[in-house]
Structures are given as structure tokens and as C-alpha cells.
Design a protein around this ligand. Structure first.
Ligand SMILES: Cc1cc2nc3c(=O)[nH]c(=O)nc-3n(C[C@H](O)[C@H](O)[C@H](O)COP(=O)(O)OP(=O)(O)OC[C@H]3O[C@@H](n4cnc5c(N)ncnc54)[C@H](O)[C@@H]3O)c2cc1C
Length: 425
């Protein structure tokens, strides 16, 4: 192994290098730090910048319900004492020699590598998206600058056609564009101009969402809120100057303001690292252990991992528990824990102070009922308590999830009690 760093009183210190200091990198580092004494394992987290963004907060910025400053904190301050933070862009990983190369020319070896470098927006892959009209009448709220620019544009908007378009999957938090539609309905009502705004949700899927029961419920909500739904629309071009979305099969949808969720890919260094990722830049791992299929001493977490569940903070959190246990088992030479079940959980803001909650895994689609048992938060049903849950989550994120504390009643495995399985029929 390439990362043995020191011998202290005869004991070899191992090194775990974590690529990315966002949700997954931070919570993994903090959990690992608690698990291992500093004289057994060195933990190094690498990120290209020191701004940790609470990304679910980006949804609220365009509507003036949150400000960029409130959702960004210094990355290094979220890491426990004894975790080394390096602020430098990753250039590539050499899987043969177990080394990471950085853009400043430095190199680090590792015994275990954790890939936690998330997903990135690849706006340039869609013709016209960043051309004329970009950040004037075509926006994304998926990054802080885009969300802030959209806030200004919405304030100046006085009526017309607003389209919300997902170019293709996978994207982070696949419900966020639907939440945007629901909040836009609320926002224009608040401003007294809802009757002058046509809202349209444009998706490549054959329904409002990926899973049938949730898809029907969410399509019903769009209809209730008078948001038109256009399905199976594969956006080939965004014509900002002409105000048109054009699909590959040459359908057109006109707009005065477009909110586009661009294609996503893995971090750029993945493509420069032979054997590390797939064609989209995501890392193939065993979906239950999160161990890389390419190398036993490599794991991936969060958006970077190529597993068949949502790219979401909740997923990253649930994966973290299993991943950390598996790093420990790998270093101890024990068989890995294969218990990650694809658990995902998300509050879906629906406007007017309400939200619904979805909870699912690889095998169970989002179902109605209650979470985490027959008494609890209502699933797939709008309620005020779910809205409060969504708001409270920001504090839990900074103070429990990132520090690597367990959230009471919310474990890695999806709870089955409380779910109405008859709803599938
Ligand atoms: C608008 C929006 C709303 C969302 N809402 C929700 C929600 O309600 N619920 C939910 O569960 N999830 C939500 N998410 C998704 C959630 O935020 C992500 O899934 C989660 O943060 C993924 O964590 P991660 O650690 O995989 O990636 P990130 O937290 O994005 O961290 C990846 C890190 O890798 C670093 N990195 C990348 N490339 C390099 C490089 N070359 N060199 C050095 N560092 C690099 C980046 O700087 C970044 O800090 C939302 C996301 C968005 C955009």
C-alpha cells in the first residue's frame, strides 16, 4: 500500500485520504476520527475551496426565503480536531500506486481512499444553455451564484411563461425542481400576480417523478396548483434569445423565464484518473458495501458513487454509517458490512407552509403512511409538520449530521413499519 506514513513506537500509522469536503467527506472524516485514535490512523480531507454550502438551502434563495450568506460556512471549521484539511484542487488519482496528485504539484499516498467529490453541473453539454440569455432569462438555482441571480430576476418578473426544466437524470435531489414549481406558485400568489404567470414543468421522465406512487401524487399536486406538466421532453437546445426549449424530437416550448437544471457529471479529475470512474465520471461501487469495484482499498460516498438511488444528502448520510464501518473492517482485515439498502428520505416543500415527506430504498418505492413507524410524520401527504421538519433540517445538518452524530429515530436502514404497501396496487 502507498500510504503508510509513519511508524510510532513500532506501530504503523495508516492514512485515509478523503477526496471532497462536502456532506459525505465531512461526515465520514468526523465519524472516522471518533473511531480511530490519531496514533493509529491519519485522516486527510481535500477540497478545492473552503466554502461548505448547505445545498438544500439553495431552493429558498430565489424566493428570498434564504440568503447565500446564511447557507455557507467555512469547510475546515466543520472538521473535528485531528482531521487534516488541505485546500487544493485534485489533479488525478493513480490507482496503481495509491497516490493522489494535486494541481499544485504535490502528491499524497493513501492506504484507503474515500471518493466524496460529489457531482458537478455540466451546463456546456446542452446547446445554447450558457449562450445568449444565460443569467438574463435562463437560470439555474443549483449553485449559489445562479440562485442569487434568479432571485433578482424573479423580483423583476411581472408575468409571463415560466418553465422549469430538468435536462436529464441523474441530478442532485430529483424532487428539488418540483419543489421549485410549488414554491413559485406560492411566491406569485404572494405577489398577487399568479393569474399572470403560466408555470410549466418540463421533464424527460414519463411522469412527474421516477417512482409510480410518488409520481401520481406529485402530478396531482402540480395539477392542483395549476402547473402544466410536459413529459418525455429531452432538451436538445435552450434558445435563450428566442425564448424556446427545443427537444431532440423537435418539439418546442416557449418561455419568458427558464429555470433549468443542467446535466450532472462526476468531478473533472475522475476522467483524468484511469480506472476510477464511468463515462459520466461517477465511481462504480458495490451498492451494499460502497467498496469500489476497481480497488478494494477505495470506497465512494454521496453523489460521486454510482449507485441506483437518489443523489441526496440523506443518502450520503445513510451511506456514511456503512462506509465508515467498512473502512474500519477493511483496515482490520474483516469481511465488509453489506447492509446499505439504498435508503433515501426527503422533505418536499409544497408551498404555503407545507411539505410532504418521501422515504424509500433500492427495493421499496416511496409509499404513503407514516415515518419512522405507524406513528410519526405523514408520508406523501402535505402537512405543516413536514414543513417544520424541512426548516429544522438545516440546524441538524450543521450540528448533528456533519459532526457525525446519529439522528434520533433515523437510521441507515429504511424503516418498513408505517408504510402502506397496499398503495402500490
Ligand atoms: C438545489 C439543491 C437542493 C437539494 N435539496 C436536498 C434535500 O432537500 N435533501 C437532500 O437530502 N439533499 C438535497 N440536495 C442534495 C445534497 O446537497 C447532495 O446530494 C449532497 O450534498 C451530496 O454530498 P457529497 O458529499 O456527495 O457532495 P458535495 O457536498 O457536493 O461535496 C463534494 C465536494 O467535492 C469537492 N470537489 C469536487 N471536485 C474537486 C476537485 N477536483 N478537487 C478538490 N475538491 C473537489 C467540491 O468542492 C465539494 O466540496 C440538494 C442539492 C441541491 C443542489
Amino acid at each position: 500500500m502507498g500510504g503508510v506514513v509513519a511508524v510510532q513506537d513500532g506501530a504503523v500509522i495508516k492514512r485515509v485520504v478523503i477526496l471532497g469536503g462536502g456532506t459525505g467527506g465531512t461526515l465520514s472524516a468526523n465519524r472516522l476520527r471518533r473511531l480511530f485514535p490519531v496514533d493509529e490512523v491519519e485522516i486527510v480531507v481535500v477540497d478545492q475551496n473552503d466554502d461548505h454550502v448547505y445545498q438544500p438551502g439553495l431552493l429558498f434563495v430565489p424566493f428570498g426565503l434564504a440568503h447565500g450568506d446564511e447557507i455557507i460556512r467555512p469547510r475546515h471549521r466543520q472538521l473535528h480536531k485531528g482531521v487534516e484539511f488541505r485546500e487544493v484542487p485534485i489533479e488525478r488519482v493513480d490507482l496503481e500506486s495509491d497516490r493522489v496528485h494535486f494541481e499544485d504539484g504535490t502528491v499524497i499516498g493513501y492506504d484507503v481512499l474515500v471518493v466524496a467529490s460529489g457531482s458537478r453541473l455540466v451546463e456546456d453539454e446542452t446547446e445554447g444553455l450558457t449562450g445568449p440569455g444565460w443569467k438574463e432569462k435562463v437560470f439555474t438555482f443549483y449553485d449559489p451564484a445562479g440562485a442569487a441571480a434568479l432571485h433578482d430576476a424573479l423580483e423583476a418578473f411581472d408575468g409571463g411563461r415560466v418553465v422549469v426544466n430538468v435536462v436529464d437524470l441523474p441530478i442532485k435531489c430529483p424532487v428539488a425542481p418540483l419543489e421549485f414549481c410549488f414554491l413559485a406558485d406560492w411566491y406569485f400568489h404572494q405577489r398577487g400576480i399568479r393569474h399572470r404567470v403560466q408555470l410549466t414543468y418540463v421533464t424527460p421522465l414519463d411522469g412527474a417523478f421516477t417512482k409510480p406512487v410518488a409520481s401520481r401524487r406529485l402530478a396531482g399536486l402540480l395539477e392542483e396548483k395549476d402547473v402544466a406538466l410536459v413529459t418525455e421532453f429531452n432538451t436538445g437546445e435552450v434558445d435563450g434569445a428566442g425564448g424556446r426549449l427545443v427537444s431532440y424530437d423537435e418539439r418546442e416550448i416557449g418561455f419568458d423565464l427558464a429555470v433549468v437544471v443542467p446535466l450532472h457529471g462526476g468531478a473533472t479529475y475522475v476522467a483524468r484518473s484511469p480506472g476510477l470512474g464511468d463515462e459520466l465520471g461517477f465511481v462504480a461501487v458495490d451498492k451494499h458495501t460502497l467498496q469500489s469495484v476497481a480497488r478494494p482499498n477505495m470506497f465512494a460516498i454521496g453523489d460521486a458513487a454510482g449507485v441506483p438511488t437518489s443523489k441526496a444528502g440523506s443518502v450520503t448520510h445513510f451511506e456514511g454509517e456503512v462506509l465508515v464501518e467498512n473502512v474500519r473492517r477493511f483496515l482490520d482485515g474483516q469481511p465488509l458490512d453489506a447492509s446499505y439498502d439504498g435508503h433515501a428520505n426527503c422533505f418536499v416543500e409544497t408551498g404555503f407552509g407545507k411539505a410532504l415527506l418521501i422515504d424509500f430504498n433500492y427495493d421499496t418505492e416511496p409509499l404513503p403512511g407514516h415515518f419512522p413507524s405507524s406513528v410519526g410524520l405523514p408520508l406523501l401527504k402535505e402537512s405543516r409538520i413536514n414543513h417544520l421538519g424541512k426548516l429544522m433540517f438545516q440546524s441538524l445538518y450543521w450540528h448533528s449530521l456533519l459532526p457525525g452524530r446519529d439522528l434520533p429515530g433515523v437510521g441507515s436502514a429504511m424503516p418498513t413499519r408505517g408504510k402502506d404497501t397496499a398503495a402500490v396496487r
